[in-house]
Design a protein around this ligand. Structure first.
Ligand code: ZN
Length: 458
């Protein structure tokens, strides 16, 4: 067996994760291979591993690698794209922007989008990401391309293809096949795994949901948009006689591996049903503000017993900024400057807990012996004392606006003193700027007014 090198990331305020988070004001973490060997007081760690290679945290905050549980890598080349038509409602945003962009994507643009997004994850300290993918003109093999991008970057990922009937039954079938193929092939992969992707209730026929329920392997979970806008609820009730959460229940898709993005426009009974199933509701505050669709009230739904998490929905790859935005928009909406300290401080740890439901890593999200070596150092030296009690304040008022200095995933240093070691974002962006104009040209050649549901079977 080859001898594995031991590393230490030190000189920072160490946040061990877990609950309570346990802050060591001058701490360090040591790892060998992909496992953490020890974490705690810096002097003790350095005495124990005198020959270890040393990464200097420069007085910043050392955290477990961040987890993003709702992202869309495929949206990377939409930056600066003018749809050329007004988008006055959420259905128009989908129809005139996203459903044209995803249809215009080809293999090469999916690949570069994945690499660009994975590089952003590394830059913002995200070491595990749940991606929700759509590229109706190139379905089969698309998840492999994204897996390859995540692998090249060095991060862990839970991937899915969004099944939908909006492109007809053949498109729905191809989406199901891509998920099933990927799930089977990656069942034993420790870094990149599959989950069943579903677009949203209002673009999924009963027959399609029934096929998914019948064909998916037991316990494979699903990742779906739920009640992002009232249209999802109303159109589901009109076409199928039930709202989105009830429909998932009907098809046995509502369980502890159900990832429900947004979950904004639901009734109390829906939240209680989701809580009972222990499904994960994913708050995406920046995206919701961008689309003007309202927001999930995290403290209220947490009080109803719901399990919650936080995503970026393709808006960015920065979880710390999303956390700050969640906090500020909650205060803005409640008009209460003392609010925001209920449930919101738990979101990052909740994301790690969600990741543990899919990856066989019971210690993921904690800096303790035996845990996967997913570690970051944020360049925000605390200007005041830091402890378990005020950590959230340090994160939302300080770290969220600071760059990440080091990112380590499964022991591999992916970002060292702000420099990427696995990808070259400058080169990737240059390549992307060549691919974007033809992609945008294909986009503009496409029509809109896509019906929510494609032609029925037969
Ligand atoms: Zn989304």
């Amino acid at each position: 067996m080859s001898e594995l090198e031991t590393w230490i990331l030190g000189n920072g305020a160490l946040v061990k994760g877990g609950s309570p988070a346990e802050v060591v004001p001058r701490g360090a973490v040591a790892w060998t291979g992909d496992r953490i060997s020890a974490a705690g007081d810096e002097s003790a760690i350095r005495a124990r591993f005198p020959d270890a290679r040393y990464l200097d945290g420069r007085g910043g905050i050392i955290l477990p690698g961040l987890v993003n549980i709702h992202h869309h890598f495929y949206s990377a080349l939409a930056r600066g794209l003018d749809p050329g038509v007004p988008m006055r409602s959420f259905p128009e945003v989908l129809d005139r922007l996203w459903w044209r962009l995803d249809r215009a994507l080809d293999a090469e643009s999916v690949r570069i989008s994945a690499l660009l997004s994975a590089a952003e994850c590394v830059r913002h300290g995200c070491t595990t990401v749940f991606d929700h993918h759509a590229s109706p003109s190139w379905i089969e093999g698309s998840l492999d391309a994204i897996a390859e991008g995540a692998g090249q970057a060095g991060i862990s990922a839970l991937l899915c293809y969004e099944i939908t009937d909006r492109n007809g039954s053949a498109g729905a079938e191809a989406g199901i096949e891509e998920n099933l193929r990927f799930l089977a092939e990656r069942a034993d992969d420790t870094r990149v795994r599959g989950v069943v992707g579903l677009h949203a209730s209002f673009t999924l026929r009963d027959e399609t949901l029934a096929r998914v329920a019948e064909q998916r392997p037991p316990g494979s979970g699903c990742h779906i948009h739920v009640a992002e806008d009232p249209v999802d609820v109303q159109a589901s009730i009109d076409a199928f006689g039930a709202g989105p959460v009830e429909r998932l229940g009907r098809f046995d898709l509502l369980d502890e591996r159900a990832l429900l993005a947004h979950a904004i426009h639901l009734e109390q009974a829906d939240y209680e049903r989701a809580a009972e199933a222990d499904a994960v509701l994913i708050h995406n505050p920046e995206s919701n503000a961008n689309n003007g669709v309202g927001r999930l009230n995290v403290p209220r739904t947490a009080a109803l017993g719901c399990t919650l998490g936080l995503g970026t929905d393709g808006m960015s790859s920065s979880m710390l900024r999303a956390l700050r935005f969640a906090f500020l928009t909650h205060r803005g909406a409640t008009g209460d400057p003392s609010s925001g300290f209920e449930a919101l401080p738990e979101l990052l740890a909740a994301n790690a807990a969600a990741a543990r439901r899919f990856f066989a890593e019971p210690l993921l999200g904690q800096l303790v012996e035996g845990a996967p070596a997913d570690i970051i150092a944020v360049d925000s030296p605390p200007p005041t004392p830091i402890s378990d009690e005020n950590l959230f304040g340090h994160l939302v008022y300080g770290s969220s606006e600071s760059p990440v200095r080091h990112t380590v995933a499964r022991g591999q240093v992916l970002l060292e003193d702000f420099r990427h070691t696995t990808l070259d974002p400058e080169e990737l962006s240059a390549r992307a700027r060549e691919l974007a104009p033809p992609l945008w040209k294909r986009f503009h050649a496409l029509d809109w007014n896509t019906p929510y549901l494609g032609p029925p079977e037969g």
